[in-house]
Write a protein that binds this ligand. Sequence first.
Ligand SMILES: O=C(O)CCCC[C@@H]1SC[C@@H]2NC(=O)N[C@@H]21
Length: 256
Amino acid sequence: MKSKEPRWLGADLTQLARVGSTNQVLRERMRREHVPEGAVVLAREQTAGRGRLGRVWWSPPNQGLYVSVLLYPPRTRQGGILSLLAGVALTDAVEQATGMTPGLKWPNDAVMGGKKYAGILVEGGTEPQPWAIVGMGINVLGTVPEDFPHATTLSQELGKDVDIEGLWRHLAKALEQRYEQWLEDGNAPIIAQWKTVSVTLGYAVEVRTPSGLITGIAEDVSDDGTLWIRQGPDRVPVMSGEVSLRLANGAYAPRT
Ligand SMILES: O=C(O)CCCC[C@@H]1SC[C@@H]2NC(=O)N[C@@H]21
């Protein structure tokens, strides 16, 4: 995909040294005033970074890219696809910034060397119009503490430092391009790209879903973002959940 300067994403940019959560900063501003689409909040450190499922996102100072972007997806479109879209854009950006192609584990864990280096949290609503805050936390520099054995940083995997500002420039462009591609062409090209970097399809998996544990072979992701698990003659759809991949020894890799 051709790389060009973002035209609207980041035109409204708030850069902060230390915040609780960039998603929260953007949400609070939305409660006070109309915020334009493409508004960005970037921080060098988060003290209460939010992860999926109520977890805390480790966000030490000057080591990561902690960013939230506001989008107003059209009412007629499935906003649920945005977390997969953000994963695809992040992969584009890391590839452009480092020359390495990382992977994506469904729905949107960004992985390199079998470990998670970034996470995506999309929070949204429908009033007064559909909105989505796409929050991305990327472990860029240094190493992760030992109590996160399944996490990593980009520099740890690459064996050299990665420029956080440069990575952000690539990410802003990629996110704008993928979002515009989605507005113009729909879900299919995003899902097709997601599949090319999938570290899920073809694996034996265990998926923790709101309605229980599902095991089987991850067979497909349909254009609406649903993961399909093969269980013998049956195919089971999974709309949301956390995937663990089965390892060679038969155990499931703990969720990242
Ligand atoms: O659990 C996950 O994998 C998602 C982590 C998302 C973390 C990012 S950091 C920037 C933004 N602000 C937050 O509070 N969370 C997201």
